[in-house]
Design a protein around this ligand. Structure first.
Ligand SMILES: O=C(O)CCC(=O)C(=O)O
Length: 195
């Protein structure tokens, strides 16, 4: 199933950044069986802030994070790992437009500067959402578990019904991602942001 998608958009000379984090931290999913296809819509390289990862660290358990709510951090809570990161082990994922990298939900990653990526998060049907109401789109095979409400596929661009559904889903996701912070309203600028 496709659980969710997010744009990671950073304009030139913009202070936006992504701190070192594991995607799994606030997603509320029962298992770390999640892969993100990060599709480059612009080049991503050393000059414009390609994503960096620490290879092998996805095999660690969940790492503690703290919320910074830093203004220019693209993550919902500005969360970052609460441990020292050995940057000498970091690998940059350079991509040309149309190429993609695949990363595991527990893999710490970060980035700075300009580029645009579209992150598509895939889960197997046996994963559950543990902390709220959630939905996903079946993209292949059969769902024998019914853990997620299945989303209707959009049948045309910008259809009013689909936009209303998107609004509902975004509000629901915000409740999951911001739980416990007091920032759970969809109208809050951060609640319309990314993961
Ligand atoms: O685009 C980036 O630099 C970060 C991507 C990311 O954090 C994610 O896919 O969850």
């Amino acid at each position: 199933m496709c659980w969710t998608t997010n744009f990671f958009i950073k304009e030139k000379s913009n202070p936006a950044f992504v701190s070192w984090h594991q995607d799994s931290t606030y997603w509320g999913l029962s298992k770390a069986d999640v892969v993100t296809a990060w599709v480059a819509l612009t080049p991503a390289n050393a000059e414009n802030g390609a994503m960096e990862i620490i290879p092998g660290t996805h095999k660690l358990d969940q790492i503690p994070h703290h919320d910074t709510f830093a203004k220019h951090n693209l993550l919902t809570r500005g969360q970052e790992v609460a441990v020292e990161v050995d940057r000498s082990k970091a690998v940059r994922l350079d991509l040309e437009p149309g190429e993609m990298s695949l990363h595991h939900v527990r893999l710490p990653n970060s980035s700075s500067d300009r580029r645009i990526g579209f992150a598509i998060r895939y889960i197997p049907t046996h994963v559950r959402q543990l902390v709220g109401e959630d939905s996903a789109t079946l993209v292949s095979g059969e769902d024998r578990y019914s853990h997620f409400k299945l989303e209707q596929r959009p049948y045309r661009d910008m259809d009013a019904e689909m936009l209303a559904l998107h609004h509902t889903i975004t509000g629901r996701n915000a409740k999951i991602l911001y739980r416990g912070t007091g920032v759970e309203s969809y109208n809050h600028p951060r609640a319309a942001g990314v993961r």
